[in-house]
Write a protein that binds this ligand. Structure first.
Ligand code: ADP
Ligand code: MG
Length: 246
């Protein structure tokens, strides 16, 4: 620092009078240095956070199509869309204080994944870990552990899916769930609710059919806390999506 102060003094003695120096005295230089130091440490913090987020995003299972989904770009043309949008916003606002699971059910293309990703993207920015996975992918990961050459065990995936702050299971009901799948689902939801970790489900089935498919044991666990059930019953938005804009 002494070196810079000396240099500052030297510069002051030789610059023409009409040129206004950036620093009038040592204190100015010291203040500037402090401010710059603070700015650069903030930028390092931001960069680290971004790096960490990238790692979480990679593991979050938010697919490319949904990486930019937010509450802001969910368009509302009628009261039904307004209702699901507002309820999703409220859900993330209360995430830390109110334990609640959710079920988004209804027609394809209506924005169930859009709002689930918006919830996920919002929570990731707030330091939460999330996993969005189709039931088929989850089961295939678990079933692969039956192979003796697989380095992971069934327990590893059960633990992994029970630990994230929010687990969203997609495409429930696309295939007929087997008894084994129901046992696994029950175990995951049971472990999660025991540690007050929320679970979301996305399905094209209506709530009644979902009830029948999953059975009372699973639905009962989902009802712990305050279950948010949202129906997406309007025409698909897909014809309006310009894939090149995403
Ligand atoms: N209300 C909406 N505003 C903007 N984009 C929407 C809306 N509803 C759906 N989309 C978009 O339409 C596509 C299909 O929606 P998606 O969420 O995958 O439907 P679902 O999961 O209900 O089948 C996605 O690209 C999504 O971002
Ligand atoms: Mg979907």
């Amino acid at each position: 620092m002494q070196k810079y102060i000396k240099l500052l003094k030297k510069i002051q003695s030789i610059v023409p009078f009409h040129i206004k120096p950036k620093f009038k005295n040592e204190q100015d230089l010291l203040n500037w240095n402090k401010k710059e130091g603070l700015l650069s440490s903030k930028s390092i913090l931001r960069k680290n956070k971004a790096r960490k987020m990238k790692k979480i995003f990679k593991n979050s299972g938010i697919k490319k199509l949904y990486i930019n989904c937010s509450f802001e770009n969910y368009k509302t043309f009628h009261i039904g869309q307004e209702k699901v949008l507002n309820a999703s916003k409220k859900y993330v606002k209360n995430f830390n204080t109110q334990f609640s699971n959710f079920i988004f059910s209804g027609k394809p293309g209506t924005g169930k994944n859009h709002l689930a990703a918006a919830i996920g993207n919002y929570l990731i920015l707030n330091g939460k870990s999330i996993l969005i996975i189709t039931i088929a992918d989850l089961m295939s990961k678990i079933k692969k552990t039956f192979n003796l050459n697989n380095k992971y065990t069934e327990e590893f995936f059960l633990k992994k899916s029970s630990e994230v702050d929010l687990l969203i299971i997609d495409e429930i009901g696309i295939q007929k769930e087997s008894n084994y799948e129901k046992i696994i689902l029950h175990q995951i939801i049971d472990r999660r609710s025991a540690s007050k970790k929320s679970t979301g489900m996305l399905s094209n089935l209506n709530f009644n059919n979902l009830n029948i498919l999953l059975g009372e044991r699973i639905i009962d666990r989902m009802k712990l806390g305050k279950l948010l059930c949202l129906n997406f019953n309007w025409d698909s938005y897909r014809p309006f999506v310009n894939i090149n804009d995403i």
